[in-house]
Structures are given as C-alpha cells and as structure tokens.
Design a binder for this molecule. Structure first.
Ligand code: AHR
Length: 516
C-alpha cells in the first residue's frame, strides 16, 4: 500500500505565501490588453485595469507581483513612464517583437494594479542599460516622504504618499539579456548599485521595514554563478551592521538570489506544442518540472556555505512551462494555451517549493496573463481561467502555514515507454494553518494509473475532511467557447480511518484535502 506518512509533531518552516507569487512583464499581451486597457476602453475597467481580470486574480490570490520584467526591465527607463500619458516618451521593446511601447502603464499604474489586487510589490530595476543614478532616483520617487526632488516629482504627478516597495530586483538575468556579465563582475556591480538603493522610508522613520533586495541569480544549473555571486554579495569587510546582519556594504543585506528555470519539453528551436503532445513530451514536461527539486537542493547547498542561517532566500522569480507560441500569433509574444499538464507541472512544483520553505522565500510564475504559463487568457472583452489558475487557487491553504514533516512510502518512478524521462508518480506536501487544520496536497502525474493511498498521521485523529480535485484528460483545457471544461470540483473518493484517511485519486489529478 502506498502511504503518505505525516509526522505532525515535526513542524518546519513557515511557507511564505510569496511562493505563490506572480510575474507580469511588458511582453506580448500581458500588460496591454491582458491587464491594462486604459480608462477610455469599452472593456469594463477601474482606472484602466480590466475588472474581469483583476476580480479573477483576487479570487485566486496574488500575494506579490513582479514587474516590469524580465528582459524588458533591463532596458526600461522608468522616467519615460510617469507624468501625463500624452507626454510620455515611447520606446522600442527590442526583445519582444520590436513593438512600440507607449509607456502608458508605468510606475503609478503598477502600484494602482497592486492596490486593486491587494498584493505586495516587487519592482525589478534596470542594471542592463540603466545607471546607478537612475535606479537611485526611481527608489526615491517611489518611497521617499521628504521634500527630495524625486518625491516632489511624484507629488507633481499626482501621488502624495509614497508606495511600499516590498522587493527590489537589482538586475535581471545579468548573465544574459541583463548585460551578458561574468559572475565576478555582476557581484561587484550588485554591491555598487545596492549601495544606492536607499531605504528612504526607513531613514525618514516612516517605516521600520527595509526594501528586500534581490540579486540576479543563476540560470538553471549554473552553480558557478551561485557560488561566485553568493561569495561576492555576502563578503563582509566592515563586520556586521547594527542589526547583526552580516552585510558590510551600505546598501543593506540582500534578501534573495533569483533562480530562473523553465520546463521546456523540447529544445530552444522546437519547444513543443501546448496542446498537441505525445506521451514522451508529457513525461519530458513533468520530469523537467520536477528537476526543480535538484536545482533547489544544489543551489541551496552552495548558499548554505555563505548563508548558513538562510537569511537569503532562493527566489525562483521566473518558472513555469514554455512551449512554442500558438500558431498564428506573434512568436515573440509567447502566447500559449494551458492544459491539465500545466496544472500538474505547477502543483508538483508547488509541492517542491513548500518542502523547501526554509530556503525558497518567494517564487513568481511566468507570467500572469496571456504569456507563457498564464493564469488567465483574454481575447477582446472575453477572459478564461486556465487549469493553472485553478491549481493556484487550490493551494491557498498553504499560504503562510507551517510546513509539516511528511513523506511518501511505496511510490515508484514512472516514465514514457522508451524510458527517456523518469519522474516520481506522486508529489505531496503538508502544512498546518493557524486554526490547526492541515492542508494536504497531492499530485498524481501518472498518465494512466490511478493511485490508492493511505494518508497516515502519527497521532492526530481526523474528524472532518473537505476535499477538492482538479483532473481531466492530460490535454484538457478551457477555451473562449467552452470556459469551464477544466475546473475544480468536490472530491469524495476517500474515507476517514483511525489513522487518517484512504483515498483513490485518478490518473493525472491534483487533490487538496483540508483535514480537521
Ligand atoms: O519570461 C520571459 C523571459 O524569460 C523574461 O523576460 C526573461 O527574464 C526570461 O529569459
């Protein structure tokens, strides 16, 4: 019998809700059309933000949003995106199709969106084509309460109060589109830029919280990058600061190192189709998604050497599935459909993130709307929720809950017929919320086999269980004509036992149990 053993007395780290974070870039139809349609649009909106999209995302839960990129951030000049819209300077979005970006969605609009979503903010600075001065000015513009030039410019542009910048990215993909840098060079540059990302709010005594700074981390398994950058950004020299933190440089302690990793079933020339895929491509996708476990372990082990107290989070601020863009769409708009396969890839990854809650402090799936593994897709005034949307919503019980020790017994590795791609058949994680209830999430990635499983607590005796399931054919998906093909329903195929419960979950399914 396969068993999920739960040792409820072994409480681990808190699962930071920011692990369920989002990413929105000026890319394709993510921002324009997908989120922002402008105040004068016929599509219902509040201050330019589409009401249908904002309402759906609020229901799903967005703890934190990263913006403006991605590679777009590496060439974004924030000054061009503030002030009266008619006077904003357009730019060329050189990486994503050479489109003319009118800069109508800028800093003020980003914070308006976050206010509507009720989420934390993660702003990514431009270290690629920008300057130290520009970055310093932006932070002053967003956060300063004094009579400084940038705070006054913000006031002139209609915003009296500063905003709260929870996270600030010091560069994006500095090994690639951010400047093609070597890790030694980036580590030094990080120290310099970070020095000028001032905590105005904190210096003005208007907040006791500092901005959490995120360093640009490795691509996939580039462990040398992690080693070199961690060494460079944590090296002391002047000893600890007044908080006992180990960073010696004036800019403050980095809070995170960003890892980027996408699960691509094929290769960069032929990534595979989002809906038309065979068994081999299916197992390639889920096994590549599951590689996240090894990446976290290995990057985490390097980080442990430099930061044994785990104050610096591994921030997986770009992850998800990446297929060929849908036929008939601009290939550089990265628009792809989303099926049960994506929900399985997402939830197995959530289970991995949860298990590493001590080191993974935030993650941002790419991307929130109309790009890559999106939560919602739009077409004109229509909007549909994807299977990935439902996956995120199902896992809400883990937000800020305490990770509980758990392990699967008796499970095996499965693969496609040719045995090219192996993956565990089930993924799981367990947490306990403040009200004492347990959230147990299970992903059965097996293409053909259902799973009978015993869920066994150590001593706890369940009195009630509420359960939901997301399942369907592996390529099942929602369309604008049939928007409810894939959705979460009540799960009843379980019985409460002395030790916990017994359940049977179908092939390619995700189950969430709330156990009291
Ligand atoms: O998410 C799409 C792109 O992927 C981002 O702009 C970039 O950072 C990454 O390479």
């Amino acid at each position: 019998m396969k068993t999920l053993r739960i040792n409820e007395s072994k409480k681990k780290s808190q699962i930071n809700e920011d692990i369920y974070g989002q990413f929105a870039e000026h890319l394709g139809r993510c921002i324009y059309e997908g989120i922002y349609v402008g105040e004068d649009s016929d599509i219902p909106n509040k201050n330019g933000m589409r009401t249908d999209v904002v309402e759906a995302l609020k229901d799903m839960g967005v703890p934190v949003l990263r913006w403006p990129g991605g590679c777009f951030a590496d060439e974004y000049h924030w000054m061009e995106g503030v002030g009266p819209k008619a006077e904003r300077t357009p730019m060329v979005n050189s990486l994503w199709g050479g489109m003319i970006e009118n800069n109508h969605f800028g800093t003020h609009e980003f914070f308006e969106l976050c206010e509507q979503l009720g989420c934390k903010t993660y702003v990514n600075g431009n270290m690629g084509s920008g300057t130290v001065q520009e970055m310093q000015d932006w932070v002053q513009y967003m956060t300063d309460t004094s009579e400084s030039p940038m705070a006054n410019l913000r006031r002139k542009n209609g915003r009296e109060d500063p905003w709260r910048v929870n996270y600030f990215g010091i560069g994006n993909e500095m090994w690639g589109c951010g400047g093609n840098m070597l890790p030694e060079h980036y580590a030094s540059e990080f120290r310099r830029y970070n020095n000028f990302v001032k905590d105005y709010d904190w210096m003005n005594f208007t907040s006791d919280t500092k901005i959490k700074r995120i360093a640009s981390g490795p691509n996939r398994d580039d462990y040398k990058w992690t080693e070199t950058v961690m060494e460079g950004i944590t090296r002391t020299g002047n000893g600890r600061d007044e908080f006992g933190n180990f960073a010696a440089f004036l800019g403050g302690v980095p809070s995170g190192l960003a890892l980027h990793y996408y699960a691509i079933p094929g290769d960069f020339t032929c990534r595979g189709d989002a809906l038309d895929f065979d068994e081999e491509e299916y197992y390639a996708t889920v096994s590549k998604a599951a590689w996240m476990e090894e990446l976290i372990q290995k990057h985490g082990a390097i980080m442990d050497k430099h930061d044994p107290e785990k104050t610096i989070g591994l921030i997986v601020d770009e992850w998800g599935t990446w297929y060929d863009a849908q036929e008939g769409t601009n290939p550089l708009f990265l628009y792809q459909q989303n099926s049960i396969r994506d929900a399985l890839a997402a939830t197995l990854t959530f289970n991995i993130f949860n298990k590493h809650a001590d080191r993974v402090h935030m993650a941002n799936i790419a991307q929130m709307v109309n790009v890559l593994q999106a939560m919602v897709l739009t077409e004109g005034d229509q909007m549909i929720k994807t299977p990935t949307f439902h996956a995120f919503k199902m896992f809400k019980g883990h937000h800020n809950a305490t990770l509980i020790e758990s392990a699967l017994e008796g499970i095996k590795q499965i693969s496609d017929e040719d045995e090219d791609h192996f993956v565990n058949e089930i993924f799981e994680s367990v947490s306990q919320a403040k009200d004492g209830s347990y959230t147990v999430t299970l992903t059965n990635v097996a293409l053909k086999d259902s799973q009978s499983l015993e869920v066994a607590f150590d001593e706890f005796k369940p009195e009630s269980v509420e359960a939901t399931i997301l399942t369907g054919a592996v390529d099942a998906h929602n369309t604008f004509d049939e928007p409810e093909v894939v959705t979460t329903i009540k799960f009843t195929d379980f019985e409460i036992t002395e030790k916990g419960l017994k359940l049977t979950m179908p092939a390619t399914s995700v189950v969430c149990l709330t156990v009291k």
